[in-house]
Every structure is written in structure tokens, then in C-alpha cells.
Design a binder for this molecule. Sequence first.
Ligand SMILES: [Zn+2]
Length: 106
Amino acid sequence: MSVSLRVLDDGAWVSVNDAREVSVSELWRLDDPSFCGCDLPDFVVENVLSVGADGRTVAAKVYGQCIACGETGVPGWVPVGRLSDGEFVDIDREHAVLPVHTDDSN
Ligand SMILES: [Zn+2]
């Protein structure tokens, strides 16, 4: 299975198999207590830095801001979708709590 994951347009899009699938300006609720002081930060995505796959999960590293407290920065890897038979499957990012995964390997 070969899936092409790329960041396009200077961080405006996550592209999967040459289709633009995830854009900036979405509002995500993150499960990431280390990002700021909020329990579940309401995070507006400003720039996509990188994208990768962890098994079937497509995750992105993004820069953005918590709209509740104003904290800016880069949380861990945020799941943005899934892969099913090499196809991208959207998750309902704006109505879910997204479990941020911290990669401690670097
Ligand atoms: Zn906050």
C-alpha cells in the first residue's frame, strides 16, 4: 500500500494521494493538557508543518492558537483522518475531541 502524504501551499493543506483533504482555519478541540492551561483547548489551525501516518491514523503537526486563552504553538501529532485500503477517510474533526499524540523519540 502506497499512500502519498504531503503538505501543500506553504502549509495551507494536507494532501493525501494528491487530493487536498485537510485545510487550515479549522477549529479543533484537542485533548492536550500540556498545550495550555485549558482542559480541552479550542485550537484554530494556522499552519500545517508536517503530516505522517501512524499505522492507519493520519496525523499532522500544526501550528495554531487556543482561542480561549491565546496560547500559540505546536501541539503533538493530531489525528486528522484514517486510512482504509489506501484511501483517506475523514474524521469529524470539528465535532470531536482529538487525542494529541506526543512523539517522544526526538
Ligand atoms: Zn488555552
